[in-house]
Design a protein around this ligand. Sequence first.
Ligand SMILES: N[C@@H](CCC(=O)N[C@@H](CS)C(=O)NCC(=O)O)C(=O)O
Length: 218
Amino acid sequence: MYQLYWHPNASSLAPMAVLEELGVEFDLHQVNYDGGETRTPEYQSLQPLGLIPALKFEDGSSMFESAAIVLFLCDRHRQPELAPSLEDPERPRYVQWLFFMADTIYPSYNRYYRSERYTANPEGVPGVKEQARSNILAHWQVIEDSLQRNGPWLLGDRFSSCDIYLQMLTTWHESPRDLLESFPAIHQLARGVVARDGCRRAIQRHNFDTGIESAAAS
Ligand SMILES: N[C@@H](CCC(=O)N[C@@H](CS)C(=O)NCC(=O)O)C(=O)O
């Protein structure tokens, strides 16, 4: 059985939502972040940087990186609704969006919230933050434009785990409500993700403010 190392308000949300949507059995281990668990050798044997999430397998081996976990789970359980198969013509677009979110949007949020980690000069911190804020909005615009042209999901009329990952990222915005009000197609997508039973269970556990209810209808 899988064991997901997770924490409220962390990027364990997308892997947990995928586990829920797949309907596979899994155990949860809530990481004691405030108690220093991520700094222990035990935790760092699962995630060398002490970040959340990590996924442990029945044989004791494990993997980390939230998007990689999402991709792995969908491939392993071959549920075409959640990820196009290797032969599917939609596969390139699926992988493209998952990587765009994990290696472009996600790091911009890291630079925004953890700006001090991205400059050796304390005076540079506000500049890193300011630039990250502008990058984040530019990245969301790329997603919005694509959804406007070919929505309502990232793969057009086909829902996938990319959409689950996207909804997770919207909750990291300083005000998810402002984000969703500025980007109506993203708002509509997020609403669709939250309406799914498995996703909703994972979101409730993570305690995120989705901004969906409070954002003005678009
Ligand atoms: N690229 C990694 C990043 C993981 C990550 O940054 N996790 C955050 C939670 S969202 C964390 O553990 N932060 C704690 C810290 O930076 O000390 C992934 O997608 O799994």
